[in-house]
Design a protein around this ligand. Structure first.
Ligand SMILES: C[S@@+](CC[C@H](N)C(=O)[O-])C[C@H]1O[C@@H](n2cnc3c(N)ncnc32)[C@H](O)[C@@H]1O
Length: 245
């Protein structure tokens, strides 16, 4: 099966390298996998197709609490990307819509009316729900993929301890959030299982790095070229990963 992940808008090239590395080292014929922070499923789609092509059976649990959001396909080009991001950023902060379609948006704890009616009118008119898009992106795997449109912590409570072969954490990268995700999800990992997380240190800050260093003594970093190095306070990019032992 051909990969489709390059056609799915997303943020996960380091993760894709981390998944590739995981599969290279895997010797199991069936895997139970959780990805927390899925968005439209770019990284998870890479994983699903690659496992399918390698004849490895799997249950892939996809967790995201934000699939009610709406998007618009024609913004998925690099040319329009930043405009799309801006619109979606504002859209996420809408607290009210008046009769003329003007949006009241909460920005930096202030309420602003946003005047660009046209952009927003179109976003509303030609929208699609993320959940529909993500479902479509996994249509060939409907018997293997389980969607959890829920918060990370709430979903983790549905899993037994020591029951998952691979957990990927790519949700909110703020220190408190990623620390909580590690706390809730790491016990769910089997001994010998792998945990992977994106953006060890990104332009938004060091939250992930701090949480990973606090929770794990030994871990690795992998960048989008597949280069692996031992995790370290001084390093600053890539996805982080380790095997539970
Ligand atoms: C960086 S994106 C994920 C990128 C994705 N892995 C890809 O391949 O493009 C982060 C996602 O995490 C989700 N998220 C953030 N906080 C969450 C939480 N507490 N529970 C579940 N999902 C969360 C967001 O809705 C968003 O879709």
């Amino acid at each position: 099966m051909d990969h489709i992940y390059k056609n799915i808008h997303g943020y996960s090239d380091n993760l894709i390298a981390a998944y590739e590395n995981f599969i290279k080292n895997n010797n199991k014929s069936h895997l139970k996998i959780v990805e927390v922070g899925v968005y439209l499923g770019r990284s998870a789609s890479y994983l699903a197709v690659e496992l399918y092509n390698k004849n490895i059976s799997f249950d892939l649990h996809l967790v995201d609490n934000n699939w009610d959001k709406i998007g618009r396909k024609e913004f998925y080009s690099s040319q329009h990307q930043s405009r799309f991001e801006k619109i979606m950023w504002l859209y996420d902060r809408v607290v009210n819509v008046d009769e003329e379609g003007r949006l009241m948006v909460a920005v930096s704890r202030k309420l602003m009316y946003f005047d660009k009616k046209e952009d927003f009118a179109n976003v509303r008119k030609e929208n699609f729900k993320f959940i529909d898009e993500v479902t479509q992106n996994f249509k060939y795997f409907s018997d293997k993929v389980i969607f959890h449109q829920m918060d990370s912590k709430e979903t983790s409570e549905k899993f037994d301890d020591n029951s998952v072969d691979l957990i990927c954490l790519d949700a909110n990268h703020e220190y408190e959030s990623i620390s909580a995700d590690i706390k809730y999800w790491y016990p769910k990992l089997k001994y010998g299982g792998w945990i992977i997380g994106d953006d060890y240190c990104d332009q938004r800050g060091n939250g992930v790095k701090k949480a990973v260093i606090e929770n794990f003594k030994d871990f690795w970093l992998i960048d989008n070229n597949g280069t692996i190095q031992k995790g370290d306070e001084k390093l600053s990019n890539g996805a982080w990963f380790l095997q539970k032992n």
